[in-house]
Design a protein around this ligand. Structure first.
Ligand code: UT7
Length: 336
């Protein structure tokens, strides 16, 4: 048995900054409401025609991660791609990354676990490395939300939250099993699947010919839906549970956390968790203020920034945790 460790990190966000005031020009909202309820000041949105897609952003992040890992692209044995906003309905972006990066005919897997997508993807990659099947796995989380949001007042509860961007990590074999990813913990509760969902397009709903024939302006099923307060209440409980589960598995306590990188869902959720575990500002990394919620990309973007800023050092206990649509949630405990 081996462990896996993160040997390279990278992220990419579109250049176009969209402030809360920018949104207030098209939606009945305001900077004060958004900052007070979510902590978000601005986010990035792709610009029509600039060529950024979920795949291309993921590729840009991946190139940086691979370069920083010191590996050659031909050393990558497998790709795991997490997103809720794939370029195509099928095939998923995993194979598009294989093509764009010119990787050998390695396997490419797509993960559909929304805000928990990166933790799920990391866990899958970790298992492949632990068993000895692969040595180096590229894990990507990338999202393009802005093209699919309801940018009218009707959609304001959701549309002000999400942003575009991508993050990537290279996971490599670690012979010392006291280092690297110590454990991952994954959960789901499908009972609440529709509480945070985008139900169309979905083959289970309607015949495609009916959808095409139906030009109903009131049909909101193509926009994401979120029962915000219900999601919030579940999030704080599940975040706490799954962080504790990870710590206990490794005989650690909250005091041992050097850096918690939570999925950037809402600054209020991060602050709740920080308070619950009695962590200082230096022990929790947040960047939702600048990028909004980038779902599967949020953890790898935040982890990369924390690392770039020197906030994660060798030997640190780093905890990743996420909760989101599904519901799905998870954590990863890492000894850096
Ligand atoms: O990443 C996956 C996991 N996601 C989450 O964990 C998100 C969890 N939920 C949340 O973060 C919060 O529920 C939201 C930020 C989405 C919403 O905050 P809230 O405090 O739960 O607000 P609310 O939905 O209860 O809405 C309160 C009021 C409503 O007006 P009335 O009915 O009280 O008159 C909304 O219509 O705020 C109104 N509102 C807005 N006002 C200005 C909703 N969205 C907006 C907006 N600007 N963008």
């Amino acid at each position: 048995m081996y462990n896996s460790k993160i040997t390279g990190l990278g992220y990419y966000v579109p250049e176009n900054v969209v402030t809360n005031d920018d949104l207030a020009k098209v939606i009945d909202t305001n900077d004060e409401w958004i900052q007070e309820r979510t902590g978000i000041k601005e986010r990035r949105h792709v610009v029509k025609g600039d060529g950024d897609t979920t795949t291309t952003m993921g590729v840009k992040a991946a190139k940086i991660a691979i370069e920083r890992s010191g590996l050659d692209k031909d050393d990558i044995d497998f790709v795991v791609f997490a997103t809720l906003s794939p370029d195509y309905y099928f095939p998923g972006p995993g194979v598009l990354v294989q093509r764009e990066l010119g990787l050998k005919t390695v396997g490419a897997l797509d993960v559909r676990n929304q805000c928990s997508g990166f933790i799920y993807a990391l866990s899958v990659a970790d298992q492949f490395i632990k068993t000895g099947m692969y040595k180096n796995v590229l894990v990507i989380g990338s999202e393009l939300h802005s093209t699919g949001l309801d940018m009218t007042t009707r959609g304001r509860g959701v549309s002000v939250i999400f942003g575009d961007g991508a993050g990537a990590a290279v996971l490599s074999r670690e012979e010392d099993t006291t280092k690297g990813i110590l454990s991952t913990h994954l959960h789901s509760e499908g009972e609440h699947a529709e509480e945070l969902s985008l139900v169309a397009p979905g083959m289970g709903r309607r015949w495609v010919t009916d959808i095409l024939a139906d030009d109903d302006p009131e049909d909101t099923s193509y926009y994401p839906y979120m029962n915000g307060q219900f999601v919030f209440k579940n999030a704080v409980v599940r975040f706490s549970e799954v962080i504790m589960e990870g710590l206990q598995t490794n005989k650690l306590s909250p005091d041992d956390i050097d850096m918690l990188v939570p999925h950037q869902a809402n600054l209020r959720i991060s602050q709740f968790i920080q308070k619950k575990f009695k962590l200082t500002d230096d022990q929790v990394f947040n960047n939702i203020m600048r990028y909004g919620n980038t779902t599967a990309a949020s953890i790898p973007i935040a982890l990369t920034e924390a690392w770039e800023q020197g906030k994660i050092k060798k030997g640190d206990i780093v905890v990743l945790a996420a909760f989101g649509s599904g519901f799905t949630w998870g954590s990863a405990i890492i000894k850096w």
